[in-house]
Design a protein around this ligand. Structure first.
Ligand SMILES: Nc1nc2c(c(=O)[nH]1)N[C@H]1C(S)=C(S)[C@@H](COP(=O)(O)OP(=O)(O)OC[C@H]3O[C@@H](n4cnc5c(=O)[nH]c(N)nc54)[C@H](O)[C@@H]3O)O[C@H]1N2
Ligand SMILES: Nc1nc2c(c(=O)[nH]1)N[C@H]1C(S)=C(S)[C@@H](COP(=O)(O)OP(=O)(O)OC[C@H]3O[C@@H](n4cnc5c(=O)[nH]c(N)nc54)[C@H](O)[C@@H]3O)O[C@H]1N2
Ligand code: SF4
Ligand SMILES: [Mo]
Length: 747
């Protein structure tokens, strides 16, 4: 047991930050040797109670990985050579300055990848860097992920990140669309050990229904699986809404007092009966009607849609309709439904924006004229913004914790475009499929080498809590914390230094939280600075946020309440209780009401109608996640890369026969934009007409330094098949599921 570790071994309690579950872990460390002895689930963690997946154990392997970069590198004659930090930072800042001077700020684009969301120092320091660069061309993994959710939350609730979180522990009925939490461990639903939570749901007499073109791991433990045709969720959801009205099952309860647009939704749903959409969705109308009756009849119920409903043609419209179903049945903002958790760092007295402004279309992409949303453009447009000459062309790129070469559509085109850049910088741990194109790579600390507090996913947690993660290992001397790298570069870009950027961040936050009428009303800035002096860097900002938050001590002398110090003492996390109703106070719409039928969604119904009339494609491709993967970047960990090939094409037996492919053979998969070859796995878990290939593979390309991944699980890049021309027009999100493909035996 970790408690009885040898005397020279310490046990450090923290969270695994690899995926959204953020499980508590107990790490036994030999401080003298700076080495991890053991990692296991923390039985006393307030939310995860001992659960971990196999990836937790891999955290230390990231620190030990011989392939990991341990000093900055620059490319000289096509080879990376190590350089010192001064030289690296000088080089990067002077080249960026030169680009900006010669071609304007928009010549430098940025791409932020997924791990940024899992690191509080990144949450606090990357925005200032991006702001300092001053470019319109900002891209991120959000546009291959959850932009549709931001879009619907923004329109319906007036907050771009007001995601309703399924109250899985108290619900009586869970309807899951396009998510496979038993492999992904949940998304926009921080809920470690979903297998237990779903088992408990069923043990208390509740029901689980999964809508997925594949009988996924989650579908296998469900009461019912509806094998929907990919990309038709909006039609399916509209048919649920239709039945709710048709059978008089609408009952929004207290939500009726502050919800607009119910009648408009009824009118829109009229044409989408289960019978009318059945040809598209492939779902039996009577099964759909039965489902609606059970959902509406359950004491509490929740509809939850994730990746499969977001990364598709009707991503935003599907996300909207998920919320509509929850509102119409009175399940939004009530226990057992979909709720808005409090976090410890959230401002205590949020003055709702009540502006109703949708941050969209303030500028457009140069080539396709795509509207910006939330200050960023669809990454599907990155390659075309690099290629053609002209004003505001992207000539330089900064990637931070991102691997767009494996994660974003039409990888072949993007990689060719990356080669055309005049200058590229990556802040990353590895030389991988993306960073091999960089001129400079700046290596930062690995997860166990830094402190953390989860600023993003605490807000999506099914149980409110706050958890501090101390660092476990000393970082190698040649790497730096992202905080320093970001703020140093931000400073240099503005002719200043890191300290002055830090001071700006602190004074901004003090201005918002301290003084008369603010959360910390009983102190002033000078005293507040004294009280915060104990911590520095991102930790000082966090301390202030926690203390100014709902559960904080408000910087009152002797007051009870949360602070960074008290959170540090609660090594297993601070339990902040179950989610509570927060509406209408939390709404940020101009009306102060839920806007159930925003104009942009009403307009999109015409496109949906057209889709309903379309002849379904013969064969389409979807993705899948596997327990031992984490997007594109954990395949170099030996423990995760072992075992049978994971990057296989799953094919239904009927399709295999039609395509002339057999188990154990190889298939060539072609789409409009490219082709790949993969080993075939035949399974009736697939819906006929749908094949599945996981993303994040394709490591066997020249120049990567990922020896284990290349040797054991190279796989192929499924985003050589996804189409950069195909995006959800509302949110700008990429369509990564439902890709028309042709499959044949590989030669
Ligand atoms: N076809 C298809 N494509 C998909 C998806 C899909 O379902 N199907 N899913 C999409 C989704 S949901 C997402 S989120 C994206 C992910 O897309 P990305 O964020 O672009 O890719 P990741 O695979 O997360 O790559 C993370 C990168 O960060 C580096 N890294 C890891 N930890 C750190 C760190 O602590 N600091 C720094 N600086 N770097 C670090 C890794 O080495 C790697 O280069 O992929 C998307 N792509
Ligand atoms: N092990 C592991 N865990 C991860 C990740 C990982 O790569 N590996 N990535 C993390 C990230 S960044 C994210 S965003 C989350 C995502 O977490 P989830 O949203 O749970 O994503 P997936 O596990 O890919 O499940 C998506 C499901 O959607 C189905 N699907 C595809 N197309 C459609 C469709 O049109 N309609 C419907 N209804 N279903 C469809 C697929 O068959 C698949 O079962 O996982 C996170 N956790
Ligand atoms: S589910 Fe696995 S990867 Fe995700 S936080 Fe928990 S241990 Fe880490
Ligand atoms: Mo994601």
């Amino acid at each position: 047991m970790p408690e009885s570790a040898a005397p020279d071994h310490d046990v450090v309690y923290r969270s695994c930050n690899l995926c959204e579950a953020h499980c508590g872990i107990a790490v036994t460390v030999d401080r003298a040797a700076n080495r991890v002895i053991d990692i296991r689930g923390d039985e006393n963690d307030v939310v995860s109670r001992g659960y971990v997946c196999p990836k937790a154990v891999a955290l230390s392997a990231l620190s030990e990985d011989p392939d990991r970069l341990r000093a900055p590198v620059k490319k000289v004659d096509g080879e990376f050579v190590e350089i010192g930090w001064d030289e690296a930072l000088d080089l990067v800042s002077s080249r960026f300055a030169e680009m900006r001077e010669r071609h304007g700020a928009n010549s430098v684009a940025t791409y932020l990848g997924n791990p940024n969301a899992h690191d509080f120092a990144s949450n606090l320091s990357v925005a200032p860097l991006v702001r300092a660069l001053g470019t319109k061309w900002r891209f991120s993994a959000s546009s291959v992920d959850q932009l549709p959710k931001h879009f619907s939350s923004c329109l319906l609730f007036g907050g771009v990140s007001m995601f309703p979180i399924p109250d899985v522990d108290r619900t009586d009925f869970m309807l899951v669309l396009g998510a496979n939490p038993l492999a992904s461990n949940g998304s926009l639903m921080t809920a470690p050990d979903m297998r237990r939570r779903l088992r408990e749901l069923r043990e208390r007499g509740g029901e689980l229904v999964v809508v997925d073109p594949r009988r996924s791991e989650t579908a296998q433990v469900a009461d019912e699986h509806l094998a929907i045709r990919p990309g038709t969720d909006a039609l399916f959801l509209f048919s649920l809404v239709h039945v709710l009205f048709d059978e008089d099952l609408v009952s929004p309860g207290r939500l009726a007092d502050f919800t607009n647009g119910v009648d408009a939704v009824r009118d829109l749903a009229r044409e989408f009966s289960p019978e009318a959409v059945a040809r598209s969705t492939g779902l039996e109308p009577e099964a759909v009607r039965r489902l609606v009756r059970r959902f509406a009849g359950a004491p509490t119920a929740v509809c939850y849609g994730r990746i499969g409903t977001c990364t598709q043609e009707f991503g935003a419209t599907s996300s909207w309709l998920v919320d509509v179903v929850n509102v119409l049945t009175g399940n939004l903002d009530r226990a057992g439904g979909a709720m808005f958790p409090w976090t410890a760092h959230e401002a205590a007295d949020p003055t709702p924006r009540r502006k109703g402004v949708v941050p969209r279309g303030r500028w457009r992409s140069r080539v396709r004229g795509l509207p910006e949303f939330m200050g960023e453009l669809p990454v599907s447009a990155l390659a075309e913004e690099i290629e053609p000459p002209g004003e505001d062309r992207v000539r330089a790129l900064l990637t931070i914790a991102g691997n767009p070469a494996l994660s974003t559509p039409n990888a072949d085109r993007l990689e060719a475009a990356l080669e055309q850049l005049e200058f590229m910088v990556s802040i990353d741990l590895y030389v991988n499929e993306t960073t091999r194109h960089a001129d400079v790579i700046l290596p930062v600390t690995a997860p166990l080498e830094r402190t953390n507090y989860d600023m993003v996913f605490h807000g999506f947690s099914v149980h409110q809590h706050a958890k501090w993660s101390p660092a476990v290992l000393e970082p190698p001397p040649g790497v730096r914390p992202l905080w320093d790298v970001s703020l140093e570069l931000a400073g240099r870009t503005q002719g200043a230094d890191q300290a002055s950027v830090e001071e700006l961040l602190l004074s901004g936050l003090l201005g918002a939280t301290v003084g008369m009428g603010k959360a910390c009303s009983e102190t002033d800035e000078r005293h507040a600075r004294e009280q915060l002096a104990k911590h520095e860097g991102p930790e000082r900002l966090l301390d202030l946020m926690l203390r100014a938050g709902r559960f904080g001590d408000r910087l009152k002398e002797g007051a009870e309440g949360l602070s960074l110090d008290s959170m540090i003492e609660s090594v297993h996390g601070v339990d902040l209780g179950p989610m509570e109703p927060r509406l209408p106070e939390k709404l940020g719409t101009e009306s102060g009401c839920i806007e159930l039928a925003p104009e942009l969604f009403i307009e999109d119904v015409a496109r949906l109608r057209e889709a309903m009339d379309r002849e379904p494609e013969r064969l389409v491709l979807v993705g899948r996640r596997q327990m031992r993967t984490n997007n594109s970047w954990m395949h170099n960990v030996p423990a995760l890369a072992k075992g049978k090939a994971r990057c296989t094409l799953l094919v239904h037996p009927e399709d295999a026969a039609l395509c002339g492919i057999a188990a154990g053979g190889r298939a060539r998969i072609r789409s409009r934009v490219g082709q790949v070859e993969a080993p075939v796995e035949i399974s009736d878990e697939m819906r006929p007409g749908v094949v599945s290939l996981p993303h994040g593979f394709g490591h066997d390309v020249p120049g990567v330094r990922l020896q284990v991944a290349v040797e054991r699980q190279p796989g192929v890049n499924s985003n050589r098949l996804t189409d950069e021309a195909a995006i959800d027009p509302l949110s700008g999100n990429a369509i990564l599921n439902g890709i028309p493909v042709h499959v044949e035996p590989a030669q």
